[in-house]
Design a protein around this ligand. Structure first.
Ligand code: ATP
Ligand code: MG
Length: 773
């Protein structure tokens, strides 16, 4: 009887070589869908199972938190399968549900919980929770381990305050967003405000350096870090403190990075420091029981606007190869089979990317059959394009039992393009999720409650304290708040030190004294509960005692009801977090909330159509993909039209989009489009002309009858306005039925039809192409 499952048998020989690699550097380069992520995941399992590596010695970097979760799930499953064989001599699926749960939780306890697997940001914020107290910045300032992570809106309001109020700058010349971008770039290049200032030849640059410096002061005062700091601060810490670096270098003996082509210089530096322990001479690195393993595809490098640099990938062997540069096979594995997409899709992707000059040629062979041709559709305008897509989705979903709503993805170049699609999806009651829409954690009510939690966890976080001091209203007005803030600034203390001192409050707060004292008393009480009560209990206390929920309930509007539900959902998130992670602290929960990126939706939409930008789709796959808006100026974007390097990046983005598709690919564009308010004629994207013509087909469906001028399939003038209750009609997908209701008129018209076989459905007669029978 076999007692183990040979999971390596799910791999081809090159993947196997990568997965079985034990020590030293290894670069895996390969095109899309060739199993890079799979190889990385299996290698972690192999390190633990075969080489007996302790999970806590492994650091695995993924591109999104969701990818990290999936990776952990996958490893947990592989291990549970092994255990099922070992303990029960049976396949996991054949055990009782109880036994399966037991095995999974054992695997979680023994392995998964010790694994450091996540995005750069989540991994290094976790590391900073241990060691930030040893970090000193260039002005001698320190942070403590309760630091807050400021998100984009916190950062923007600090920058606006500095630009508009503190420095009184003309906000047309110094638009907060571009100042923010410049500061972020400086941080991504590892520059402090002083270092940044030295590089500035002109007035504007020097002013930005000044804003940067004041901004750093504010972060330090609040004991806060921004996203860029989560990478920059550990790098600096490693550079300034040998012991700290030495500790993490010894701990992380095996480092793995997915999507390596999209790392930037600071992220690279972090990895380099951890691998080499800061030694500059290669001969001094030791590779015994130690490895660095990165996977990537230069053709999928699409984040140069965030300073990602794919030459880092190209330089891997030089950087880590230890003199083995010429001996490729010892430090590099190429994967050449694509397992994801049908042959036609793959061939289209390969031919497209060959138009780029900046690339290393590589082979990507299909393993699947030719599949369908790629459907290319030209619509009259953007609404008609959306109608075409939604129509196809509902038809395919009806006709193919193996497809569910979760099998479909609509990918676009810019976020704003989602609107017409969303409108129709709502209208037809098709479930969908917009990945990268407003983050759950960015909603006002969620930010309010999180601000309470942050103020409790990190009393120096004045930004959060100010957010909640009078939310809900408790009679603490602007004058009082100004007096308190002023006093703290004059004394060089934190606002909390003033608030928590009754004498100071009695002196400064005037008529609001009682309210301020009771607010401070409430915050201290919750602070006292941290560490003794679970996070959910503390949260429950806040929701009840602060009056926040009660205030919302008393408003009685639909919007307020929604907000209450969202707050309830936050409570559920905390509960879930507590269940998934043992021994959680408030800090851990806040960390995960701050880092839940706009690419991870709170509810994972497995049963819903996914809408997202091409950037967000990296690493994912879907049976059916719609690539929309392929028009010059939109995709490729107009900024790239005169710039060969950024045109190549747009083409890589298109390559990423095409290679997300497994079975079917649809590409669409419109004849005219409303862009920035005005309706403009649109030209089809040059990328369409770069695809092999023989692989493309136009849709089999007859012309869309969506726009006013459109005619019905039989060529007669459209009689769609005249639908009446009682009409017998033929619907392309649902068959024959009878109209029971007509809602609205003109372009807003929809009809309810009782289908003979399917029951009642509401459809848009223009999209559904109804025919009278
Ligand atoms: P991307 O470049 O888009 O990130 P990737 O190279 O990381 O792609 P994966 O996502 O790991 O590719 O794999 C693509 C698909 O192929 C997945 O569904 C994966 O399960 C499947 N796959 C990978 N290797 C094999 C294999 N040896 N046999 C069968 N299926 C495989
Ligand atoms: Mg991948």
């Amino acid at each position: 009887m076999t007692t183990t499952i040979d999971f390596l048998s799910h791999l081809n020989p090159s993947q196997r070589q990568a997965v079985e690699h034990y020590c030293g550097p290894l670069l895996v380069v390969a095109g899309a869908g060739s199993g890079k992520t799979r190889a990385l995941t299996y290698r972690i399992a192999n390190l633990i199972l075969k080489h007996r590596v302790d999970p806590e010695n492994i650091l695995a970097v993924t591109f999104t938190n969701k990818a990290a979760r999936e990776m952990k799930d996958r490893i947990q499953r592989l291990f549970a399968e092994q255990l099922a064989m070992k303990q029960h001599g049976q396949k996991l699926d054949l055990l009782t549900e109880y036994q399966q749960t037991q095995l999974r939780s054992q695997v979680y306890k023994d392995t998964i919980k010790d694994l450091w697997c996540g995005t750069f940001h989540s991994l290094f914020s976790r590391l900073l929770r241990f060691d930030i107290e040893k970090y000193v910045d260039e002005k001698g300032r320190r942070w403590n381990r309760n630091f807050s992570i400021f998100d984009e809106s916190d950062v923007m309001s600090l920058i606006k305050e500095i630009v508009n109020k503190q420095l009184n700058l003309d906000d047309k010349k110094f638009d907060a967003r571009s100042v923010r971008y410049a500061i972020s770039n400086a941080k991504n290049q590892g520059l402090s405000p002083q270092e940044f200032e030295q590089d500035q030849p002109n007035y504007r640059g020097r002013v930005i350096a000044q804003v940067y410096s004041l901004y750093q002061d504010k972060l330090a005062e609040n004991n806060a870090l921004d996203f860029d700091d989560l990478i920059l601060v550990p790098t600096r810490l490693f550079q300034q403190n040998e012991q700290v670096l030495g500790y993490w270098h010894r701990k992380f003996r095996h480092i793995l990075v997915d999507e390596y082509q999209d790392t930037n210089r600071t992220q690279y530096q972090l990895i380099h420091l951890l691998v080499t322990n800061g030694e500059t001479r290669k001969s001094e690195w030791e590779w015994e029981n130690r490895s660095v393993f990165v996977v990537g595809d230069a053709d999928q490098s699409i984040y140069s606007f965030r300073m990602a640099d794919f030459t880092i990938l190209l330089g891997f062997q030089e950087d880590f190869g230890d003199g083995l540069v010429d001996d490729d096979t010892r430090t590099m594995v190429k994967l050449e089979e694509n397992y994801r997409s049908c042959e036609n899709i793959l061939q289209a992707a390969n031919e497209l990317i060959e138009n780029n000059t900046q690339r290393i040629d590589k082979v990507l062979k299909p393993t699947r059959g030719p599949g369908e041709q790629i459907t290319c559709h030209k619509a009259d305008e953007e609404l008609a394009e959306a109608a075409f897509v939604i129509n196809q989705i509902s038809t395919l979903e009806q006709q193919n039992p193996e497809l569910s709503w979760g099998s479909f993805a609509i990918l676009y170049r810019t976020n704003a393009q989602s609107r017409p699609f969303e409108e129709l999806l709502v209208k037809y009651q098709i479930p969908y999720t917009v990945v990268g829409g407003m983050r759950f954690y960015d909603r006002k009510e969620i930010k309010d409650v999180i601000a309470y939690l942050r103020a409790i966890a990190n009393p120096s976080d004045t930004v959060s304290l100010l957010r909640v001091i009078n939310t809900p209203r408790r009679g603490i007005g602007k004058t009082t708040i100004d007096a308190l803030v002023n006093a703290s600034q004059q004394l060089g203390t934190t606002l909390w030190e003033i608030l928590s001192d009754e004498t100071s409050v009695n002196t400064l707060a005037g008529r609001a004294t009682k309210a301020v004292n009771s607010f401070a008393e409430m915050i201290s009480r919750w602070q006292g509960q941290i560490g003794t009560l679970p996070v959910t209990e503390v949260l429950q206390g806040i929701l009840e005692d602060s009056g926040y929920v009660q205030d919302l309930m008393s408003q009685g509007t639909d919007e307020a009801t929604d907000r209450v539900q969202n707050v309830q959902e936050l409570y559920n998130a905390a509960l879930q977090f507590q269940e998934e992670n043992e021994e959680v602290s408030l800090r851990d929960f806040l960390n995960s909330a701050a880092l839940s990126s706009d690419l991870d939706n709170l509810k994972e939409g497995q049963t819903a159509v996914s809408l997202m930008t091409l950037h967000a789709s990296k690493g994912l796959e879907f049976p059916v993909v719609f690539l929309v808006g392929l028009e010059q100026g939109l995709f490729p974007g107009y900024r790239s039209l005169g710039d060969p390097a950024s045109l190549e990046e747009e083409r890589r983005l298109c390559y990423v989009g095409i290679t997300r598709a497994q079975e079917r690919l649809y590409i669409s564009h419109a004849r005219e489009r409303r862009l920035y308010g005005s309706r403009e004629p649109a030209m089809r994207s040059q990328f369409l002309d770069e695809l092999p013509e023989e692989l493309l087909t136009t849709p089999r469906l007859s012309r869309q009858t969506y726009t006013k001028s459109a005619s019905t399939p039989n060529g007669k003038q459209d009689t769609k306005q005249n639908w009446q209750v009682g009409d017998r009609v033929l619907h392309k997908t649902f068959g024959i039925g009878e109209i029971t209701h007509v809602f609205g008129t003109g372009s807003k018209m929809s009809v309810a039809i009782k289908f003979d076989s399917l029951g009642q459905k509401i459809v848009d007669p223009r999209v559904a192409q109804l025919q009278r029978v």
